[in-house]
Design a protein around this ligand. Structure first.
Ligand code: AMP
Ligand code: MG
Length: 346
């Protein structure tokens, strides 16, 4: 079924923008779908407590129903409504990192429908800092369940044009404001078990957590993928994700080693996903995804670079491997999943 999708541009003029929030709030309260920018990537929102509305998210994205949604809130009161048990660690992290790019997994309360938690007894909660996201939650008066606003399996959207490409005709409204800043999704930390565990790396790093709450672990699925027979703690981790049409392989080594490897595979007609400034030295079709060693710059550009690869069509792509510290870990995690965990040490 095709619906007419309203695309509304945030203007910065409060009177004009209020009309956008009013319309979007109306749609959300009536059980419809609204895509909106956040500080991480664009989200696709529905009323989290309305089972029929959240079912539409799964349908529009083609998302497997066992992959739970993150609930977006605008105040601490909501945290207590959605969770049956708020540990001290959650309060400390909220104080330090909310509003911001942090999602916490907590035991769910009875008002949270099983359909948005994939049947788990826990719920993922985030308080975004982006002013459009925060205003939308506040003005609509609903808790907003929102995964990334892309077709399932495609790179997450960081520009309104990505959302339009994937979801136009499938959702009611897109609020456009290309001020998405970080470029990769929120860090997810599971606080529902004894030792806090990072389930998805993002802007908030292990070191930043440990300064506030002491020891945290990193789920091995982040770097190694989900092993056969293991049930991943974040159901989303078992899906091939962020995947361009091309066959991507990560090459770990120096620029010289990278160039030599790609040149030796000329018969494959390869393309390269490389660091800024390297394209002209490679002599193959290239997409650059950020400055070498600069995790923040790479995070900003990684998803749009994967989309740019798609525009070039399919084929063989060799990618330069980022470092694995700080925000680079988040970039590495997205890239190895785009590469279906194919990594070659040079
Ligand atoms: P996205 O909505 O695209 O940002 O993906 C949300 C991610 O959060 C997915 O990987 C989910 O598996 C994960 N997630 C959401 N809720 C939970 C939960 N209750 N427990 C573990 N992981 C969750
Ligand atoms: Mg997603």
């Amino acid at each position: 079924m095709t619906v007419e999708t309203i695309v509304a541009n945030i203007t910065g003029n409060p009177k004009e923008d209020d009309k956008i929030y009013d319309k979007a709030g109306e749609i959300l309260r009536a059980g419809g779908l609204v895509a909106f920018p956040t500080e991480t990537v664009y989200g696709l929102g529905a009323d989290a407590l309305d089972v029929k509305a959240s079912a539409k998210i799964y349908a529009a994205k083609g998302r497997p129903s066992d992959n739970p949604l993150i609930v977006h809130i605008a105040d601490m009161d909501a945290l207590y409504k959605l969770s049956s048990e708020v540990p001290k660690t959650a309060l400390k992290l909220a104080e330090k990192f909310w509003p911001g790019p942090l999602t916490m997994i907590l035991k769910k309360s009875d008002i949270v429908p099983d359909s948005i938690t994939g049947g788990l007894g826990t719920v993922a909660i985030r308080m975004p800092s982006h002013k459009v996201a925060a205003e939308l939650i506040r003005k609509s008066g609903v808790y907003i369940a929102a995964p990334s606003a892309n077709t399932s399996g495609k790179p997450s959207p960081t520009l309104a044009s990505h959302v339009i490409k994937d979801l136009s005709g499938k959702i009611d409204m897109i609020i456009a404001d290309d001020t998405v800043d970080i470029g990769v999704e929120s860090t997810i930390i599971d606080l529902s078990e004894e030792v806090p565990a990072i389930l998805r790396p993002g802007y908030i790093t292990k070191e930043m957590f440990e300064e506030v709450i002491g020891r945290v672990t990193i789920d091995p699925a982040i770097t190694d993928g989900v092993k056969a027979g293991v049930v991943p703690r974040a159901p989303g981790m078992k899906y091939k994700h962020y995947a361009p049409k091309a066959d991507v392989t990560l090459l770990e080594g120096t620029f010289e080693q990278f160039k030599a490897y790609v040149d030796a595979h000329a018969d494959q007609n390869p393309s390269c996903l490389c660091f800024t400034g390297e394209a002209e030295k490679l002599g193959w079709p290239c997409v650059e995804y950020g400055r070498e060693g600069d995790g923040a710059d790479q995070a900003k550009h990684i998803f749009r670079s994967l989309r740019a690869l798609d525009e070039q069509g399919d084929g063989v792509v060799y990618a330069r491997c980022p470092k694995k510290d700080g925000l680079s870990m988040a970039v590495y995690n997205r890239l190895i999943r785009a590469a279906a965990f194919r990594v070659i040490q040079l």
